[in-house]
Design a protein around this ligand. Structure first.
Ligand code: RIB
Length: 310
């Protein structure tokens, strides 16, 4: 069965320690806890998308180690089509070393492992799945050649392209021209636009829109999100008040995945943005990248609370 959303996906095993706050250079501290769990910006977004009800497929490259087996089990359990995943013999899977602080914020170092070998040839073998999808999404955690090949196929077939430009890096002109929607955070937006840290968000968004994307949707953490489009629409949504932020790892991925699912369901960009904003807020209430990721019923229930309060 064709997938609604195809994700060019990174996969990492997240090795997470909880500590009070950021470490000083050379400092050693005792961690309050340690967990090994699922991660990778692409896999996280695909899971968020599937939990929002979209038929989701991943195109990924993983290792032949225990973490690769963990990915295959996870995608099967989440109902994600992993038939186009390549398991590279003798290679290690991606790993992310994560520190989560008492306030829920984090620092992450990623070693992509087998994921670094995901290339255009593997993507081209999935051309039918891409052309049959409604949305194709990727992040900067997979090699650019793979994303370019996928977005090229998607554009030719009239499929919406969605890029989470994380972690921050420069956006090549040819890729900018193939993106329909970008979901950077504030830091990534300014990096993509080539502007300094003090540049107003509006200015950075306009600079980016001039390079090709139809829309730029900036995630602002607890402050919600803002949207700018080429047709002149500018709108903002406040964040949802969350009583206790447990872990913000994966919140941006949840936003992108939930947005993809909502767009694939046929929602207009502003309605899809409300779903993504609510899903991302709920995601910070659980541990690990996918621990708090909601399903569609939970997102609908949260959105209904705001409607009822109006
Ligand atoms: O966005 C969060 C993700 O970034 C983590 O799951 C980690 O694997 C890194 O890819």
């Amino acid at each position: 069965m064709a997938a609604d959303v195809v994700c060019i996906a990174s996969w990492n095993a997240d090795l997470t320690s909880r500590v009070a706050g950021p470490l000083a250079r050379g400092e050693t501290v005792a961690a309050a806890s340690f967990d090994i769990g699922p991660g990778g910006k692409g896999s996280n977004a695909a899971i968020a998308c599937a939990r929002q009800g979209a038929r989701t497929a991943v195109i990924a490259r993983i290792g032949s180690d225990e973490f690769g087996a963990m990915a295959l089990r996870l995608w099967r359990d989440e109902g994600i089509d992993a038939s186009q995943v390549e398991q590279a013999a003798g290679e290690r899977s991606g790993v992310a070393q994560i520190l989560v602080y008492d306030d829920g914020d984090n620092s992450i170092a990623v070693a992509p492992g087998a994921g670094a070998g995901l290339g255009a040839a593997q993507v081209l073998r999935s051309r039918e799945a891409i052309a049959a999808a409604r949305v194709v999404m990727a992040s900067f955690e997979v090699p650019l050649a793979a994303t370019l090949a996928a977005f090229d196929l998607a554009r030719a077939a009239g499929v919406t392209t969605l890029l989470n430009p994380a972690p921050a890096r420069a956006l090549p002109t040819e890729l900018a021209a193939l993106c329909d929607v970008l979901t950077p955070n504030e830091i990534e937006l300014r990096a993509l636009a080539g502007l300094g840290a003090a540049a107003p968000l509006h200015e950075a968004a306009q600079a980016l829109l001039a390079r090709g994307p139809r829309a730029v949707l900036v995630t602002l953490g607890a402050a919600g999100c803002r949207l700018w489009t080429r047709t002149g629409v500018a709108s903002a949504l406040p964040g949802w008040p969350i009583e206790r932020v447990v872990d913000t790892v994966g919140a941006g991925d949840t936003f992108t995945g939930a947005l993809a699912a909502a767009l694939a369901r046929g929602l207009a960009l502003q309605a899809a943005m409300a779903h993504a904003n609510a899903a991302a807020a709920l995601s910070v209430t659980g541990r690990g990248a996918i621990g708090g990721m909601p399903d569609l019923a939970q997102v609908d229930a949260l959105l209904a609370r705001r409607d009822a309060a109006r």
